[in-house]
Structures are given as C-alpha cells and as structure tokens.
Design a protein around this ligand. Sequence first.
Ligand SMILES: C[S@@+](CC[C@H](N)C(=O)[O-])C[C@H]1O[C@@H](n2cnc3c(N)ncnc32)[C@H](O)[C@@H]1O
Length: 276
Amino acid sequence: MPPPADVERHYASGGIAERILAALRAVHGPDAVVNPAALAPLDHFHGRGLAATEELVARLDPRPGEHLLDIGAGIGGPARWIADRFGCRVSGVDLTRAFVEAAEVLTAAVGLAARVRVHHADALALPFADLTFDRAYSQNVVMNVADKLGFYREALRVLRPGGVLVLSNLCAGTAGEPLFPVPWAESAATSFLSTPEQTRADLEAAGFTAVEVHDTTEAVLPRQAAMRRRLEREGFPPLGLHVLMGERMRELQINSMRSIEESRARTVEVVARRPG
Ligand SMILES: C[S@@+](CC[C@H](N)C(=O)[O-])C[C@H]1O[C@@H](n2cnc3c(N)ncnc32)[C@H](O)[C@@H]1O
C-alpha cells in the first residue's frame, strides 16, 4: 500500500481557492457570482466534470434533509452542488490537506458552510460514528486505494441500514496499464485499478447487497474522444481543471482519455446497498 503522503503529494499545491476565485473574476468580472454552478468547471475534479456528477446523482437519488457522505471529496465541488441542488447536508473526507483547506474557503464563499464540510481524513478510517449517513458516494477516488475491501467496509459501517453507496470511477481495462501520468497518479506506485468483476466481489465481501456495476465506457467514449481532440488542439478554456492542478493537467487528462480509448481503462458507475 502506498504511504498516503505519496497520494497527497500528487494532488497538493498552494493557494488553490485563491486561484479559482481569481480565474472566475478574470472571466466573469470583479463582481462575478460565486455559486456552485459558476464554480462547476473548476471544482468537479474528474473526467467529464459536472456531467459525470449529474449521472452519479441520478443513481444516488438524494432527498432533501438527508445527510450524505462524499468519500474523497476533493475541493468539495460535487458536495456543494448536491447540497445546493437537493437541500441535503454533505460531509466529506479527503486525504489532501490543501484540498480540504480550499474546500473550506469555497464552501464559505458560496454560503453553504452550515450544510457542507470536508474533513481531513483517510477513507480507510472515516471520522464518523457507525450508521451516520443516509447515502454515500465517491467519484474517482478508489483508483488511489489499494485496500478496496477496507474502503468499502468503512463506507458500509457509516451507512444506515438500507443506505446506498454510489461509485463513479475508472476500472482496469484489458490492454495493460494506463498511460501514466494520469490525473490520479504519476505512476503505477499510487494507481490501483480493479476490474468491474473484482469491484463487485469486494463490495459483496464487505457486506453490500444488490450490487449493480454499470460499464459506461461505450456511452462516454465518443464525447471523451471529442474532448481529448479539443484539448490536444486548443488546451483548456480559461475555466478548466488546469486552474486546480496546473498546466500539467492537460497531459494528465489526455493520457486518461487515451487510456480509455485504448481499452487500458474502463469507466463504471456502481450502486450497492447496505442490507436493511
Ligand atoms: C481525482 S480527485 C476526485 C475528487 C472529488 N471526488 C471530485 O470528483 O471532485 C481524487 C481525490 O481522492 C482523494 N483521495 C485519494 N485517496 C484517498 C483516501 N485514502 N482517503 C481520502 N481521500 C483520498 C485525493 O486526495 C483527491 O482529492
């Protein structure tokens, strides 16, 4: 298992929230509205951005007043967007301290501090009591986690009976390793892609039932390929994930998209339930 510091080193940088707010003002003017929708091109840190979050939410089906868990919440974009759109409370955890600090600033900036909080913690040791959450989700995080059974057991522990866990992430393809570096890892040292079959087996071994593993690769491929060609041709628009991760993000994202196109990785959405 990689030391968590190796994962954190890949993601961390200084002044993230300041860079994001400055980019927003540079594009929309000094009085730019700062809300979850305006931040969306900058704070949903996964391939296909807000569109992927919307697809995850369609499976999660959150209800007003519920308490949700975001495992590996990043800088909190999906948590703010879901809390705002569905009237939920969202608690997140993330391993990268710089992301947690950025999440705090951005959440205060959009006025959601009473309902969204990202804690600095490891998904393998969640700082929450048993049976705390109505629903849980995790986007593009398990790729950094070698101990997937431990990850799923912790998620199960903090879910209420009948509670649902929804995952959206990359799985191993059939044509070898991804083309490193990718957005989640510089090298194979911090990248752990499971197959869809192993994902199902691990979730069931952790105690989840009604496990659905949806391979979404064919559905997302045409749009991914078009995005990859645009990135190669033009780079990012002014509001893009390079503001969060630096100019190297272009190469990382192109490599990830190529890995999917070359069957080195597959995209999946997973739904699993804690028995009632
Ligand atoms: C690609 S980012 C996705 C962030 C967020 N889920 C999103 O979609 O905007 C992956 C995140 O997982 C976090 N992460 C990786 N391993 C983790 C662990 N063991 N516990 C908590 N967070 C972890 C990283 O710090 C990073 O913020």
